[in-house]
Design a binder for this molecule. Structure first.
Ligand code: DX5
Length: 232
């Protein structure tokens, strides 16, 4: 079953990089559950972003945990650096891991939680044999590399398949979605079975501010998953 209360997690990509500490503190004040750092290497995705030292510099400004979404081709080389920078959850892409089972085990050996991400085209079956090694599965709802893209609704059947796999496993695995999450798209992902929601550009652009944005996303997701539970 999905978490009782949906988790709302901002992506820092739209933030003012000249004031990252204040931005992180502002997100905590808005009531977010943790903060996602989109780590891009310019190879796995055609964009560059946060090195571990940047994340470490923002750590003391946050009262919530950090997750690193590693959009990199060589995650094994970098895991310890992001754990050391203060990330309590490290998410690697299945498409970048030749030895995914070993990489997920290595993350846990560092004393942090593990996660595996799937690009929109990657089937759910890719994680069928590593569910016991992961604490989270991330279904990308955009092709990774940039914020502000449109939500890919065609991913929802895969989210539902992942939800069934996780429920059948009986393991406490979070099911996260990322990309194009707004007040108009979050319900579809929640009905499909997601329980953790990343939002970047929509949350930052929300006219009523971040606190109102977080509340609206959480209540919309909670209402949608409650409705689903009632009919199933
Ligand atoms: C894209 C990143 C997402 C992105 C989300 O590669 O993984 O986290 O920043 O931003 P929005 O909500 O604007 O799609």
């Amino acid at each position: 079953m999905p978490l009782n209360t949906p988790l709302i997690v901002p992506s820092v990509l739209p933030a003012d990089f000249a004031h990252l500490g204040d931005e992180v503190a502002g997100l905590c004040a808005a009531g977010v559950d943790r903060i996602q750092w989109d780590v891009m290497d310019g190879v796995f995705v055609p964009n560059l972003s946060f090195g571990p030292d940047v994340i470490a510099s923002a750590r003391e400004h946050s009262s919530v945990g950090f997750e690193a979404h590693l959009m990199v081709v060589n995650p094994d080389e970098l895991l310890w650096r992001y754990a050391e920078a203060g990330c309590e959850l490290l998410i690697v892409h299945a498409e970048a891991c030749t030895h995914l089972h070993r990489t997920l085990a290595r993350i846990r050996d560092l004393g942090v939680r593990s996660g595996v991400a799937l690009n929109p085209h990657t089937p759910a079956s890719t994680v069928a044999h590593v569910l016991a090694e992961t604490d989270l599965v991330l279904a990308m709802t955009v092709n990774p590399g940039f914020g502000g893209q449109s939500y890919i609704r065609a991913v929802e059947p895969k989210i539902a398949e992942l939800r069934r796999m996780i429920d059948d496993s009986g393991l406490p695995i979070e099911l996260e979605v990322d990309g194009g999450i707004t007040d108009a798209t979050i319900a579809g992902a929640a009905v499909a079975g997601a329980d953790v929601f990343i939002s970047g550009s929509w949350m930052y652009a929300h006219a009523a501010g971040k606190t109102a944005a977080v509340d609206l996303l959480r209540t919309t997701a909670a209402a949608a998953s409650t409705e689903t539970a009632a009919v199933s």
